[in-house]
Structures are given as C-alpha cells and as structure tokens.
Design a protein around this ligand. Structure first.
Ligand code: ZN
Length: 238
C-alpha cells in the first residue's frame, strides 16, 4: 500500500510534525508473514517512526517468548533467532538476565524460564499504540494537556476495567489482527472528560511473570489509556 495518503498529515504519535510515512500501529514483524495483510496504519513523522521501530526491534524479539498463542511459538522458532542474531546486544542482555520464575498457569503454579523484561520500553511502545488506535478508530488526535499511558494490570485491576467495559453505555469496539495474534477492545468516553481506553492481548496474552508479586504473575492483558495527562498519570501509577 502506498504511504502517500499519510504524507503531510499530522503525526499520530506527536501530533505536531507532518507525517513522512504510514506506520503500522503494530509492526508487521509481530505477525507471521501469511497473516500480515490489512494491518492498521496511521501517519507518522520520521522521528516517531524511528523511535517506534527501535522499540519494535526489542519487542518483536522478546514478546513471542511470553505468548500463549500458537503463532508465537512459530514466530519464536522461525523468526526470533534471526532477529537475535542481528541484535547481539539484545541477545546478551536477555541471556545475562535469564532466570527462573513462578507463574500461575492452568490453575497451578509452575516454574518457567524467565527473561528480563524491560517494562519501560514496553510501556513506551504501547502508549504509542494507544495514540495510533485513538486516531485510527475514533479519529482522535491527542492535544495539549493530554497523554497516553500503559498499565500492566493485576487481576484485581483487570476486574475493575471489566466493570467499566460492561457498562451499558460504554459500546466497546472489538478487533482481531492476523489470526488473533493481536486482539483488542477499546472505548471512547466523552464525559466527564474525553478519553480512550484500550485492552490488548498480544500472542493470546503475555505471561509477564514477576516472582516477587504473585498478584501480577498471571497478568496477561495490557491496558492503554489516553486523555487528560493528570488522569493518565494517576491511572498508570494506581
Ligand atoms: Zn511524530
């Protein structure tokens, strides 16, 4: 697809610079080659596109290790070794931090191999994804005083968001990309203040095990909020 239709429009991620290209909200490399058609794109400036690409280099190599979806294992076997070969720095970082962790899976605690997970980089990536989705689905650019933020919720926090999404007036939208490699549901609220909320599952839900916090060990969804920056900050720190 030509990127011409995005050129010159405001960038979906910084809202200021004119776009030089169309950016896949989720990089094509997250998906197996056979299911990469029709992935959503938004206008992006060069700086944001480069920053997001760097985050995606890291995450497309790392996230398949934590996925439950069948395509994650195929990705892991067929594509991740090559990505790591090309990125020795990341390979060394992962190898050095390898350890054991306990995860709660299929109703029992299991010991699994864990890899160091840079939550900051993941949070930065998904915050950009939230901006892309807000523009793609709701035609919404964030403005001054607004921000986006990522939450890796505990089970308890997920239940609170369930409540919000089940509200009769919430009207969430549902989308599945590339054989369910990425699925998400999102909603826009205009009152009391304009905001969007996104709940994403990548590779069937990631096991972001943290051996020191049993409550978050089974966390598998990722939540992104966009809106008033004070509100977003509060939600992220909750
Ligand atoms: Zn930008």
């Amino acid at each position: 697809m030509s990127s011409k239709r995005f050129r010159g429009k405001p960038c979906a991620y910084c809202f200021k610079n004119p776009a030089t290209t169309g950016d896949h909200i989720f990089a094509r490399e997250f998906f197996l080659p056979s299911v990469r058609a029709n992935l959503p794109q938004v206008p992006a400036c060069e700086a944001c596109n480069n920053l997001k690409s760097q985050l995606e280099h890291y995450l497309t190599a790392l996230l398949p290790f934590g996925g439950r979806h069948a395509d994650a294992s195929v990705n892991l076997n067929d594509h991740v070794p090559r990505r790591l070969q090309r990125n020795q720095k990341l390979y060394k970082e992962l190898d050095a931090g390898r350890g054991n962790a306990w995860t709660f899976e299929k109703d029992t605690w299991q010991k699994t191999m864990s890899l160091p997970f840079d939550a900051k980089r993941a949070a930065q990536f998904f915050a950009m994804v939230g901006r892309g989705l807000a523009l793609h689905h709701f035609d919404l650019y964030l403005n001054e005083g607004q921000a986006s933020g990522t939450i890796f919720p505990s089970a308890k926090l997920s239940a609170m968001y369930d409540h919000l999404f089940q509200h009769p007036e919430s009207n969430p939208i549902h989308h599945a990309l590339g054989n369910d490699t990425v699925t998400y549901t999102g909603l826009m609220r205009e009152h009391p203040r304009l905001e969007t909320i996104w709940r994403l599952r990548v590779y069937g839900g990631l096991m972001l095990a943290d051996s020191t916090d049993k409550d978050s060990a089974s966390s598998s969804e990722i939540i992104v909020v966009t809106g008033n920056q004070d509100l977003v900050k509060m939600l992220v720190e909750m």
